[in-house]
Design a protein around this ligand. Structure first.
Ligand code: SAM
Length: 241
């Protein structure tokens, strides 16, 4: 008689390969440079092992799943888009991890807080058009005229989201005023600084807005690259290792 090994019920995935296995339907934000930059920042710092993590603006679930793969004790994920929440749940199953993905935003996240680690890749692209009222794919990147429609409220409540030794990692573009994020986080008593930077060429959305950004003085004439920044904000100065 030949002994057979039972097949694994879930594919074996680690944080380095998670990008390759995610399934992202049309209408949900497919992970991009900002997602990768934040995932790498989280993985390199060993912040999440054994900790309670919030992924706000979870999209496909890439960061929530990454945190779970890195050994987080519990991962809560919120997104305003119902298809994104369904996508994150499906992807967590594919990756063989558990996440608690829910439809919602800051108020719902605050109600379940505090968290040891908060990661967020919020919409932050400044756009000449007003913020679309309906939830749809454009809300994944559209940050209002100044790019700060969610960055401002998030920076304001960050101290309330975090536990006493908590840390937030937040990614945004230089065009959404990194200094303002730092200033708001510090005003809330957090120790905040930029820990990662990445220069990338303009994608389709910034390309479409480039002339307007030049006209309003947010972009030097002819420049077509942006810098992404990961901001780290710690509640306690001692957490910043
Ligand atoms: C840039 S995508 C990031 C997705 C994913 N975390 C990643 O890194 O690839 C931003 C996500 O935020 C969601 N979103 C937009 N406004 C939101 C809000 N006010 N509250 C919660 N989620 C929001 C969008 O639906 C979208 O899935």
């Amino acid at each position: 008689m030949v002994a057979t090994q039972p097949l694994p019920t879930t594919p074996i995935v680690d944080v380095a390969t998670v990008f390759d296995v995610l399934r992202v339907p049309a209408g949900v934000y497919a992970p991009q440079d900002d997602s990768r930059l934040l995932l790498t920042a989280m993985a390199e710092r060993d912040l999440v092992t054994g900790r309670r993590v919030l992924d706000l603006c979870s999209g496909s679930g890439i960061l929530a799943i990454g945190a779970a793969l890195l050994g987080a004790d519990e991962v809560v994920a919120f997104d305003i888009s119902a298809p994104a929440v369904a996508c994150a749940i499906d992807n967590a199953t594919v990756c063989g991890v558990e996440i608690d993905a829910r439809e919602g935003s800051l108020p719902e996240a605050l109600a379940l807080g505090p968290y040891d680690v908060v990661v967020s890749n919020p919409p932050y692209v400044p756009d000449s058009n007003a913020l679309p009222p309906k939830v749809g794919l454009s809300r994944a990147w559209h940050g209002g005229h100044d790019g700060r429609s969610l960055l401002d409220p998030l920076c304001l409540v960050a101290p309330d989201l975090l536990s006493d030794e908590g840390t937030m990692l937040l990614v945004q573009s230089e065009f959404a005023d990194v200094e303002r994020s730092l200033m708001m986080l510090r005003a809330g008593g957090l120790h905040a600084r930029v820990v990662e930077r990445l220069r990338i060429p303009f994608g389709p959305v910034l390309t479409a807005n480039a002339r307007w950004l030049e006209a309003v003085g947010m972009l030097e004439s002819g420049r077509r690259h942006e810098e992404l920044c990961v901001i780290r904000a710690d509640k306690s100065a001692g957490s910043d290792t």
